[in-house]
Design a protein around this ligand. Sequence first.
Ligand code: ADP
Ligand code: MG
Length: 602
Amino acid sequence: MSLLGIDLGTTNSLAGIVDSGFPILLADSQGSRMTPSAVFFPPGGGEPAIGHVALRQRILHPDRTILSVKRLMGRRGQDVDPARFRFPLISAPNDPVRIALPNPGPPGLSPEEVSALILRRLKGIAESAVGEPCERAVITVPAYFHDAQRQATRRAGELAGLQVERLLNEPTAAALAYGLHRCEDHSRIAVYDFGGGTFDISILEIRGGVFDVLATQGDTYLGGDDIDWALSRFLLGRFEETYGPAKLDVESALSEAAERAKIALSTSDEYLLELPFLDGARHFSTRLDRSTLEDLARPVVERTRRHCRQALHDAGLSASELDHVILAGGSTYMPLVRNFVEEVFGRTPHTASAPEETVALGAVIQAGILEGTLPNLVLLDVTPLSLGIETFGGLMNVIIPRNTTIPCKAGEMFTNAISNQDSMLLRVLQGERELARDNWELGKLEIPFEPGPKGSARVGIQFGIDADGILEVLARDTLRNADTVLHIRDTAVNVDDERVERMITESVEHAFEDFSERTFTEAKLKAEELLPAVEAGLRQMGPALPAAERRQIESCAAEVERALRSGSANDLKSAVEALDQATEALAALLVDKALERALESP
Ligand code: ADP
Ligand code: MG
């Protein structure tokens, strides 16, 4: 089953898979790889239309055609300006924004429900193209998306019947598409992503094989649409020069024509715009050249400059310290934009042959890396926090330390702490604290084993994290050769940055008390083992020991008892060590005695 890579864009969305080792984007039955992020709800109810079909309804039914829903994902009333949307919104401060459709539409839709329709369409396109179900996906999100926006994107995926294996930052996806993960460590990359309705500039740094976002800036209301708008105003002026005031449908036809002209002028110097039946019967035809378009577009493109400067400033870098500048988004086809980026960053940007597909391609590459179907690529992922199990006494026993590169495997052997136990409960923990109770429990596993005296069981525990970030906990009773397995998805590797930071800060803050509690617990376990053994040994071999030695042992044992009651970790530790030392001779005698007995009994 293929893992999809999806760019869920503000204007356009795309999906792809890795096929025979190549990342490819999938086309619908019309041969189009791009699906406009548009959903139309027909007035009479019935199935919503998605993509190109929906986009065609935006002029006739602006209030039922949902565009740019990405801007509403994870947003609350105070975050959005309803005047910016041509469809009605239900927005109250602190409440998640909903989309209101004029009756008899559904009563109110969440942005994720609308995004889910787009995702479901992409899923459908992919399934027809590959001929099998596609139920898992990597979905890209802007680097600046906060937790609620990321959660909303995840939910949209789930509503569409997709298991979201990973949310990938769009600039990281673009860098992957350009093959920049093969760059040297500490390479710095600026990603200039200029789409239909949004502009994003991000500065990345490769650290230990992972892309780190150093800074991200942008404008969620700046893009190719603004250029279309400026050009259509210009065209309207020309039209009205000849024919006088235009009607509304002339304006909308002109804005569509403007986008077509703009796209054509990215590759040719001149374009003949012809609208034969504009405004009923009138034929409008006009010649445009690239420099006219560039004069109109320049103020729009200029608006990206201060964001570029700000991003560099936030990253603490000057343009000359960048190693690469890359372009993404359909609007970077424009020669004007390419020249502008070159001027701002003082270097020629890398260009792709289809920049509007760059982010989607990166998502597919990430999917291939996760699946292992792109074997030549390594994008190292690391465990953000340590993974381990709770041991007897409530301590954390780390099996895979934090920052271990995945995939990885590690294990240890355990035994029973109590005689005649026939199973143990294994708690799988994540975190940096010394005591089990302060870490997070990822799962539990009941392991049955051969009952026997204390210390007789032999249970091997192995943790393995595969390339998908799935943790497999394998427990093997080596005496019976029986395995018990637990799979933990996602949580071992995908942890919210904020939670990771909090965990690490807490582990530092509590380092001292955690350490002394661990010391105490370890010494206490040792004491509880030692004291009864010493008592039994003295009973058996006491008379054979010199009186002074015997007194020494007894006073050390009393010291251990006292330290146990006092609760002081250091006192207990040294008392246990002293007792251990004092009983060396006794232990030797016991061993001799045992050997004697073994030799006697034939
Ligand atoms: P988004 O990331 O916002 O979903 P895209 O990256 O798909 O958007 O970019 C869409 C924008 O790119 C539109 O404004 C479209 O007009 C513009 N665009 C696409 N192709 C070209 C081209 N050849 N020349 C200029 N602009 C283009
Ligand atoms: Mg985009």
